[in-house]
Design a binder for this molecule. Structure first.
Ligand code: ADP
Ligand code: MG
Length: 424
């Protein structure tokens, strides 16, 4: 199977080969032809399977087939849950449209809106946006969605998790009814199906890999360890294994900062990425990690979601997530695009219930090991840390900065978001 046989135009094929892609991934093979036919789709495939090109390539193909209008109304909208993801998707849109007469830009909160507005005023064909800033700028009359032909919801499941449902519903009302809708999600929950039902018109359903097959090619291991010895163990693993690019997950922002500091004291270059970090700090941390000047990136689930960090050899769960599906997302960061990867979880007694939940979801037992000097505490309670408690503490902070509006007209929306925001 080749990109050419999928029916994409020459300028797109040129961009694809410049990217170095030789063959389309399974989700691309399945999604691209249906999108080119103008159909709505509901696509699910794990993180790292090439969904971005799966919708961007056919979207650009369709837009470029029609003559450019004088005032260049926005014709395609790609909604993403986080700023990082928006920036990444936009980078892809730019690469793939290099040989086309298509203009694109990206807007998200947490940064000055002026440069974004200036770009919008020049006339844009494709807009990548997070919901909050999009609604703000629409309210201010800086953009119109009345001429949208194609809508993409990327990481739709995460958008729901992050409490964007009402924003999405609001945005739908700003667009013409007649349009093509593409919805992408890593998982297919009941809520996703409900949203799909309300937005999509006779969608073609495409699923590349059943939810759990990719998990099997990732080497997974559990280290049983006393809670207080986790930091020592993680430092030992990283230094003795001489691991160069490690993504570490913690459950809380505070935990991420604390661990990051300890790593730095131990001589391991590390950076944290989470919702309380400024946009600049997050971008810098990610760039350092990608260029190998930062060995360890410590992240919370929401901050890490959708980040495109290819070929990650090691993922460590410093703490297990209390939502089993998040485990699958986390370890999906390793072994991307065919490379092999290792996912390690440090599990203390109070996380036993979470471990069982995860094993049930992935339908396999994860190999357990104990390292001398870092044994589990035989007297520790196996009662789980109540996610509820955790949640309350977390939810008080502002969320990963999808937006920064202290704006009173948005305060209702923010309040409802905060209720849903428990991680990140
Ligand atoms: P997803 O959205 O499914 O998580 P991405 O679109 O971020 O995945 O793609 C994951 C990685 O795979 C990216 O680094 C991307 O450049 C790469 N990729 C996408 N399509 C292909 C392809 N056909 N061949 C090789 N690499 C690809
Ligand atoms: Mg994606």
């Amino acid at each position: 199977m080749s990109f050419k046989s999928l029916g994409l135009s020459e300028p797109l094929l040129k961009a694809v080969s410049k990217k170095g892609y030789e063959t389309p991934s399974p989700i691309q093979v399945k999604a691209i032809p249906s999108i080119l036919e103008g159909k709505d789709i509901l696509a699910s495939a794990q993180t790292g399977t090439g969904k971005t090109a799966g919708f961007t390539l056919p979207l650009l193909h369709l837009l470029s087939k029609k003559p450019i209008q004088k005032h260049r109304p926005i014709r395609a909208l790609i909604l993403t849950p986080t700023r990082e993801l928006a920036a990444q998707v936009h980078a892809n849109v730019k690469e793939y449209s290099e040989f086309l007469n298509i203009r694109s830009t990206v807007i998200f909160g947490g940064v000055n809106q002026k440069p974004q507005v200036a770009r919008l005023r020049q006339g844009i064909d494709v807009l990548v946006a997070t919901p909050g800033r999009l609604i703000d700028l629409e309210n201010q009359g800086e953009l119109s969605l009345k001429r949208i032909e194609i809508l993409v919801l990327d990481e739709a499941d995460r958008m729901l998790d992050m409490g964007f449902l009402r924003d999405i519903e609001r945005i739908m009302k700003l667009m013409p009814d007649r349009r093509q809708n593409l919805m992408f999600s890593a998982t297919f929950s009941k809520d996703i199906k409900k949203l799909a039902y309300s937005i999509l018109n006779k969608p073609v359903q495409v699923e590349a890999t059943p939810e759990n097959t990719a998990v099997e090619v990732i080497q997974q291991k559990v280290y049983r360890v006393a809670k207080g010895k986790k930091t020592g163990l993680i430092i030992k693993l990283i230094s003795e294994g001489n691991w160069k690019q490690v993504l570490v997950f913690t459950r809380t922002k505070h935990g991420a900062n604390k661990l990051c500091k300890k790593m730095i004291s131990a001589g391991i270059t590390a950076a944290a990425i989470h919702g309380n970090k400024s946009q600049g700090a997050r971008t810098k941390a990610l760039a350092g990690f990608k260029s190998n000047s930062v060995r360890v990136l410590v992240a919370t689930d929401i901050a890490a979601r959708g980040l495109d960090i290819p070929l990650l050899p090691h993922v460590i769960n410093f703490e297990l997530p209390n939502v089993s599906e998040d485990y699958v997302h986390r370890i999906g960061r390793t072994g991307r695009a065919g490379a092999s990867g290792e996912a390690i979880s440090l599990v203390s007694a109070d996380e036993t219930t979470y471990l069982k939940g995860i094993e049930k979801l992935i339908d396999m037992k994860i190999e357990v090991e104990i390292i001398e000097g870092f044994e589990p505490d035989p007297n520790a309670s196996t009662v789980p840390i109540k996610p509820g408690q955790n949640r309350n503490r977390q939810s008080r902070g502002r969320h990963s900065g999808q937006r920064n509006s202290g704006n009173s007209k948005n305060s209702n929306r923010n309040r409802s978001r905060r209720r849903n925001d428990n991680r990140g």
